[in-house]
Design a protein around this ligand. Structure first.
Ligand code: ADE
Length: 242
């Protein structure tokens, strides 16, 4: 995968790119991340990339030109891959979206991270990006959202995680859209809390059944929206079939 990230604060990514999972994936050439400070495309001597909103109101709005120029320059004449603008107005990112991106053939994504009160609408009108959000809350900018999306995708790319860290059993993952149940490791008893006997039984079927039950129970308690939809009960007079 190759990610290009437009940001006014490339320093935010330093720890993220230099540590653990992503660092290893970059060294093994499974992932590239290129940061672009779009202030360099400001085109004015004060290097300003924002201005007051037309119509009045609080805060500053990011101008269209520096972002559009920066995207056009890094994409060149033949734009390939996806262009994603991070905004609380976008579709909410989820595991299905991450799986789709991990399968993407060309593996190229450009992210636009905003700051301040948002973007001039002409960024969207001209570039027609996809708009994605991390969730229904407002961040100071798109950087944390870009990092979350990148991490959610690269851990699905074969070879990025070791076998022991495999992502297949994760909550929300393909084949299991439910929450994971509780996990235990040694010791068998801690502050009066004991590991459930079934996990010590060596009975693999019973363990699998217990895990499935706990996963369903937790999902039922916390996230009913994730449970498979069941058909509403039929009313008594309703015909069945033709
Ligand atoms: N920028 C500010 N808030 C955001 C959010 N919730 N998701 C993505 N980008 C953002």
């Amino acid at each position: 995968m190759r990610y290009d990230v437009l940001t006014l604060f490339p320093g935010i990514f330093a720890g993220f790119l230099g540590e653990s999972l992503l660092d290893k994936a970059i060294q093994r050439e499974l992932v590239q991340v290129h940061l672009h400070d779009f202030r360099k495309w400001a085109g004015n001597k004060h290097q300003s990339v924002d201005d007051r909103p037309y119509g009045g109101g609080q805060g500053m709005v990011l101008s269209a030109a520096p972002i559009v120029d920066c995207v056009e320059e890094i994409r060149g004449d033949s734009p390939v891959g996806r262009l994603i603008l991070l905004t609380p107005q976008g579709r909410v990112w989820d595991q299905v979206a991450a799986e789709e991106m991990a399968r993407q053939q060309d593996g190229r994504v450009v992210f636009i991270c905003g700051r301040y009160e948002g973007f001039d609408q002409r960024v969207i009108d001209v570039l027609q990006p996809e708009e994605w959000s991390l969730g229904d809350y407002v961040l100071n900018g798109g950087e944390v959202a870009a990092m979350a999306i990148i991490e959610s995708v690269i851990r699905l790319i074969p070879g990025v995680l070791g076998d022991s860290e495999s992502s297949v059993d994760d909550s929300f993952s393909e084949g299991n859209r439910l929450l994971e149940g509780p996990q235990y490791t040694r010791p068998r008893e801690y502050r009066g809390y004991r590991v459930p006997d079934v996990l010590l039984s060596g009975d693999h079927q019973a363990i699998a059944r217990w895990r499935r039950e706990k996963s369903l129970q937790r999902t039922q308690e916390r996230r009913q929206d994730l449970l498979p939809k069941t058909d509403p009960p039929r009313s008594s007079g309703e015909e069945i079939g033709e």
